[in-house]
Ligand binder design. Structure first.
Ligand code: FRU
Length: 493
């Protein structure tokens, strides 16, 4: 084992015990120590789920990128394994960036990732695609690295923006991958590659080009079939107030879901488009196909454009992976719901009641900071349409996070200014389907985050929270009058 990997493994094993379980989310993956960004190598291998992540063990800020590693059987209880990759070979001497994993026919686990190497005397970094092969715990870098370098790029493409390969195996045993690249002219694109054995790769054309429509560079692509369509996920850098779904996405980083089909020329034909998450903290998503055939998505529950700007971080770790979501398509839209495994964490219902709410009401029965709460609102039968409905999770007298539904414009607003977060932004508004004042919200809370699933997964809004004390009460506030059914379960990981 190389010195950098030995050092990282020794360091994380020694420091991990200094983080008490109560200082972490209960069922979301956080880094073993230090900093985490993108989920990597999300795969089913050797009878369990593997989730790697962009990892700087030594600090709670981004730094030399390693791959952290955890395994789980239910995607909720995670066990840390030793760091899998460290920057320790010439093509990845300055970082092991994002990538993916697949099982090889001979039983080994294959990791395909971006190796980063500084161009001498400059601030630019060559990005090439590299392999490591292992047994689910220990991985060895492939002697033929890099397996894809700038020579495979289209003419004029930038060798410093070529990254994040996502690979998969086809039914005929051959492999395919997609990666992000910046073409001549500066616009992002998704390139395709193919391989007969996972080791020897060749270009297979361009899947899709951004043409400077959504951001500039496109990173962390994923590409798969879902309910009869082809789905392309891309993480966009530097978006400028682009309209998606009739809503202006604020400047910054977002994940877009492009739905369509593949033309005979291998090019993607887009039919519809949507933001994967309308909240504040979501980026760099990756999916896998579970053994029972579900397409499951995770993302980094953070966005570069909504990072906490206070240093040092309030907690001894930084970064979380979202609750895994099951994906499907309905009427040209991406539908996302929490993985069904979550139901097993529910304790006895705290409340399962329909209330008539006018003005403010504290729901005494709802307590705790790990919750699975569903709220369904409808206008009172003989009353005018209510003006707004808010639900807030509070600590002390402060609203940690507040969600407000306004039925007339049919918008949902997320606000977390009392959450203890020192991020640059605290609010986000999105449009939801107009159902005449009816709305269904499922909130999943896990100490340091809220994920809100709207109308059975038509939209999701995620955000991180750093409350100075555990939030533990829920307050409803209706301007006007509404019938509100609330069903809340403590989550007991
Ligand atoms: C996305 C990203 C990737 C890159 C990684 C580096 O968040 O910028 O494109 O591989 O992070 O940590």
């Amino acid at each position: 084992m190389s010195d950098p990997l030995t050092k990282a493994r020794t360091y994380e094993a020694g420091r991990e015990s200094q983080i008490s379980p109560a200082q972490r989310p209960g069922f979301h993956l956080s880094p073993r120590v230090g900093w985490m960004n993108d989920p990597n190598g999300f795969s089913w291998y050797g009878g369990q789920y593997h989730l790697f992540y962009q990892y700087n063990p030594y600090d709670t800020v981004w730094g030399p990128m390693h791959w952290g590693h955890a395994v789980s059987r239910d995607l909720l209880h995670w066990q840390f394994l030793p760091a899998a990759l460290a920057p320790d070979t010439p093509p990845d001497q300055d970082g092991c960036f994002s990538g993916s994993a697949a099982a090889l026919p001979d039983g080994r686990h294959l990791l395909l990732y971006t190796g980063v190497r500084r161009k001498a005397g400059t601030d630019q970094f060559f990005q090439t695609q590299c392999l490591a092969v292992g047994d689910g715990v220990n991985y060895e870098k492939y002697s033929g690295n890099p397996v894809l370098d700038q020579t495979v790029l289209p003419q004029g493409a930038c060798p410093y923006d070529f990254r994040d390969p996502k690979l998969w195996q086809k039914a005929d045993g051959t492999f395919r991958c997609v990666a992000g690249a910046r073409l001549d002219g500066g616009s992002g694109s998704i390139l395709r590659f193919r391989s007969r054995d996972g080791f020897h790769w060749e270009p297979d054309g361009i899947l899709e080009e951004n043409r400077l429509g959504y951001g500039c560079m496109w990173e962390c692509p994923d590409y798969f079939s879902l309910d009869g369509k082809q789905v392309l996920l891309v993480s966009i850098v530097g978006a400028q107030d682009v309209p998606v779904d009739g809503v202006e996405l604020p400047p910054g980083n977002h994940v877009l879901c492009l739905m369509g089909h593949e033309g005979p020329d291998g090019r993607f034909r887009q039919e519809s488009l949507q933001a994967v998450d309308c909240g504040l903290d979501f980026y760099a998503s990756q999916t896998l196909l579970s053994p029972d055939g579900r397409r499951i998505l995770v993302g980094w529950m953070q966005s570069w454009s909504a990072l906490d700007h206070r240093s040092p971080q309030p907690l001894p770790w930084f970064g979380q992976i979202t609750l895994p979501r099951e994906l499907s398509l309905r009427e040209g839209r991406l539908i996302q719901v929490p993985i069904r495994e979550l139901d097993a964490l529910r304790g006895p219902a705290q409340i399962a009641d329909t209330l008539r709410v006018e003005g403010e009401q504290l729901l005494e029965a709802v307590q705790g900071s790990m919750l699975d709460l569903t709220l369904e609102a409808a206008p009172g039968e003989t009353e005018p349409l209510y003006e707004s409905l808010s639900l807030a999770f509070t600590w002390g007298e402060t609203d940690c996070v507040r969600i407000t539904f306004s039925p007339a414009p049919s918008t949902l607003r997320l606000e977390r200014s009392g959450s203890g977060s020192h991020a640059w932004t605290h609010t986000r508004t999105c449009r939801v389907e107009n159902r005449g004042g009816r709305v269904k919200l499922r909130a999943i809370l896990d100490r340091y985050s809220l994920e809100l699933f709207v109308n059975d997964g038509q939209q999701v809004l995620s955000c991180v929270l750093y409350p100075p004390q555990a939030f533990q009460r829920m307050r409803l506030d209706v301007r006007g009058s509404a019938a509100v059914r609330v069903e809340s379960y403590p989550l007991l990981p």
